[in-house]
Write a new protein. Structure first.
Length: 571
């Protein structure tokens, strides 16, 4: 048995972690058992607990006293009155205990519910933790209400310990995962395609995932002698305060994905330490670690970067099928689904075509279910493409430098609709029923950047870049709000406010610049205090960087590349 070493708990708390995702090799019978556990047992048990906590939370928020305390807490926080915040927070906590909106009540309720479902206690506790995270989001963040999981969501089967629930162990020199009487083996190297789409033989193509092989080998090495690895890591932690990558398997999760109509099982193994660097076949690093400053302006649809090696102006998340084509396909499928819904459920619609109020049951035809699967598959492919494209961009930017400078993220604010109802300044012609023309000031659109953010994910890009730089020994800097990179003019040293629609403009000396690229250049020229623009740096580097930008602009025009909202018109 592994002996208890002092400070080991502290080392575990401070050490880094990463997740390795591998597909599981599982028989159809075992897969059916796992899906039943996830969809019929874990999901319904979690929904029962969600119902209990939702009822208590709604009763708490319904009281005038608690809503008044929320208002007082918000005002005190805005004014920076810490003592008042502490006093109001204590009253709110007392009310939460009175209405049983606490973690302890959530845990005890799950124990009672579990008597009906007979779940492994570690799985039940994990479900309770997931529900409590939702309650915390409503209590302390911007969450509105608790949500139930619908049939077919397939919640992940997660055990927060490697020796309970899903047991991680060495089986004949290879890694295996045991859950009940089911043993799962990860698929590390998938066999390549042996036939073309037309059925012609291509021969067996051996595919090696070097990253997965190295990760699994490191985990197996730890499991062979865990005590020795822990002692070595703890000794280094005590002497120098450094964290050694032990590659201890912390816990495993089983996730389900429906890919092209077939449910596949994936193992998410959480490992202690930083991930191994990805390498090519010759052993060299796939992604080099650059040195230098990278200034980056992140917009709703585009990114602009400036570094000594390269300047970038491109659309975010561009990979695979174009967004326009995908949206057209999705719209066509949604129209077909709407027609099918109306044909199968005429009792749920009024004569004017609007949906009736109240509780309704919806019948789904076989055609509707088929279309639903097609739509789900399109959405899955789009999400995968966004994920891969954003990671490719983040890796490339890390190759340009080790100091990343950008503005604070505001994607969530940009996707919200405008609150004020305003009219346009210009008059517009409106034709009346009698044929006469009337001049009026039309209302301004309240729509902002919600659709662009859905398709491009600038917030996810910023989060990935931050994680990439901090994990690889780089520095991530967010400048304060008064930095105003989009307004500064280094040629005259003053701030000039511009319209949002003004994508191209001239500096005071007559130099024409693109707004997003120039903002990234000013972020690149950050001063030593990290809160102001260095005019000396701007004058030193502008000519060289501007030449690189002009070459990039010429390349965009000649290759007919459409960069969204850039002001560059492709030939």
């Amino acid at each position: 048995m592994q002996e208890k070493i002092p400070d080991l708990k502290q080392f575990r708390k401070e050490s880094n972690r990463h997740v390795l995702v591998l597909e599981a090799q599982v028989s159809e019978q075992d897969k059916y058992k796992l899906i039943h556990l996830s969809n019929n047992v874990l999901r319904t048990a979690g929904n029962d607990l969600t119902g209990v906590m939702k009822k208590n939370y709604d009763q708490l928020v319904r009281t005038k006293r608690y809503r008044h305390l929320q208002s007082l807490y918000g005002k005190a926080k805005k004014a920076g009155r810490d003592k008042e915040m502490k006093a109001v927070g204590a009253e709110m906590k007392q009310m939460q205990e009175e209405y049983h909106v606490t973690w302890e009540f959530c845990r005890q309720s799950m124990i009672k519910i579990n008597k009906q479902y007979h779940l492994n206690s570690i799985f039940a506790l994990t479900q309770a933790e997931d529900v409590w995270k939702g309650v915390e989001a409503c209590l302390y963040r911007e969450g509105k209400t608790l949500h139930f999981r619908k049939y077919g969501d397939y919640p992940e089967i997660r055990a927060k310990q490697a020796v309970r629930g899903i047991i991680v162990r060495l089986d004949g020199g290879s890694l295996s995962f045991r859950i009940g009487d089911i043993t799962l083996f990860p698929i590390i190297n998938k066999p390549g395609h042996t036939k073309t789409r037309r059925g012609h033989d291509t021969g067996v193509k051996e595919v090696h995932d070097l990253f997965a092989e190295e990760e699994i080998a490191a985990v197996c090495h730890y499991l062979e002698n865990p005590e020795t690895a822990d002692r070595a890591a703890l000794e280094l932690f005590r002497k120098k305060g450094e964290l050694m990558d032990t590659y201890r398997p912390c816990y495993a999760s089983l996730c389900f994905k429906e890919i092209r109509g077939r449910v596949r099982v994936f193992i998410h193994l959480t490992i202690e330490g930083l991930p191994k660097p990805k390498r090519r076949k010759d052993g060299s690093r796939r992604h080099q670690l650059g040195r230098g400053v990278v200034g980056c302006d992140i917009g709703p649809q585009t990114i602009a970067c400036t570094s000594k090696k390269e300047v970038i102006l491109k659309n975010l998340a561009e990979r695979g099928m174009s967004i326009k084509k995908r949206e057209q396909k999705e719209a066509a499928i949604q129209r077909k689904m709407a027609r099918s819904r109306r044909a199968m459920n005429p009792e749920n619609y009024r004569e004017d075509g609007t949906i009736r109020k109240g509780k309704k049951t919806w019948k789904k035809s076989r055609r509707y279910r088929k279309l639903q699967k097609q739509y789900r598959n399109l959405s899955r492919i789009a999400a995968e493409n966004r994920h891969f494209a954003i990671n490719e961009d983040a890796n490339h930017i890390r190759e340009l430098g080790n100091v990343f400078v950008t503005e604070p993220g505001n994607a969530k604010k940009m996707q919200k609709r405008a609150k004020k109802t305003e009219r346009q300044e210009e008059l517009s012609e409106v034709k009346q029923k009698d044929g006469t023309v009337k001049m009026i000031h039309k209302y301004k659109r309240k729509k902002r950047h919600g659709r662009s953010i859905q398709n491009r994910c600038p917030g996810y890009f910023q989060a990935q870049v931050k994680a990439k730089f901090e994990r690889s020994g780089g520095v991530y800097i967010e400048v304060p709000f008064d930095y105003r990179a989009s307004q500064y003019d280094h040629t005259c040293g003053s701030y000039i406010k511009k319209l949002l629609s003004q994508r191209m403009y001239c500096l005071s000396d007559g130099t024409r610049v693109q707004r997003d690229w120039y903002s990234s250049f000013l972020l690149f020229c950050i001063g030593h205090s990290l809160d102001k623009i260095s005019r000396y740096k701007c004058k030193t580097y502008f000519e060289a960087m501007y030449r690189m930008y002009l070459a990039l602009e010429q390349y965009i025009i000649e290759n007919h590349i459409r960069v969204m909202n850039s002001g560059i018109k492709a030939a």
